[in-house]
Design a protein around this ligand. Structure first.
Ligand code: ADE
Length: 216
């Protein structure tokens, strides 16, 4: 599932431009048992299977033997909730491992001893961490200079500065009687910039009052 996502859109373009390298690793390649099992029954008699620590430790140790990692992230609904601030932090890292969670969980010792950060992409439960990893990869990679058309546009994204983006319009200036705001056609750049800022503030206060006025 993840490879399909990595081979399209922004993630593919950024890799083609050599701005980022994304390598997928299969935990089965790090097993030592004949059947390449990566999970086992949980101690204590719960239902479902649990990812074992050994292949995960083997995989992380092998990767750490090749380069240093800034973060070893585990995707889990009980992690800190992903947001633009975390995306910004991760975009300045050199190397990151993302360990995709498993629907019934992984041996807790992995989280206690091998993971540096646990991240959730929202308060809902996915079947695995692959989509969460892809969401984070997209949000982080688009911040790398050169990954999207012009760098300015990542800086003016919604959520940078805790403000939602102002509305945008394009030609025609009038469609079915619905007009683009006159100010945008005025050619007066200072006034246009002021209008955009006011719109961003008004929309943030109305739609995301939890963000409004936050300064982290
Ligand atoms: N795995 C399952 N649900 C998840 C979520 N909401 N965020 C990150 N990883 C998950």
């Amino acid at each position: 599932m993840f490879s399909g996502l990595v081979d399209c859109s922004i993630l593919k373009r950024a890799q083609d431009k050599k701005l980022v390298e994304i390598v997928l690793h299969n935990l089965r390649d790090y097993t030592t048992n004949k059947h390449r099992h990566v999970d086992d029954y949980p101690f204590g008699g719960e239902a479902g299977m649990v990812l074992q620590i050994e292949p995960i430790d083997n995989a992380i140790s092998a990767l750490k033997g090749q380069r240093e990692y800034d973060e070893i992230i585990y995707t889990s609904p009980d992690g800190e909730v992903f947001n633009q601030k975390i995306a910004n932090q991760l975009s300045s890292c050199e190397n990151i491992i993302i360990l995709c969670g498993h629907y019934k969980g992984i041996d807790y010792r992995v989280r206690e001893h091998l993971i540096t950060r646990e991240i959730s992409i929202g308060d809902y439960v996915l079947t695995g961490g692959e989509l969460a990893a892809a969401v984070m990869a997209d949000a982080v990679v688009r911040l790398i200079p050169g990954a999207i058309g012009d760098e300015q546009s990542a800086l003016s994204d919604s959520f940078q500065d805790n403000l939602l983006a102002p509305p945008v319009y394009t030609r025609p200036a009038e469609y079915k009687g619905w007009r683009v705001p006159d100010i945008l056609l005025s050619g007066h750049q200072a006034k246009i910039d002021e209008w955009k800022l006011r719109q961003a503030m008004e929309r943030t206060e109305r739609l995301r009052p939890d963000l409004y006025g936050k300064d982290d």
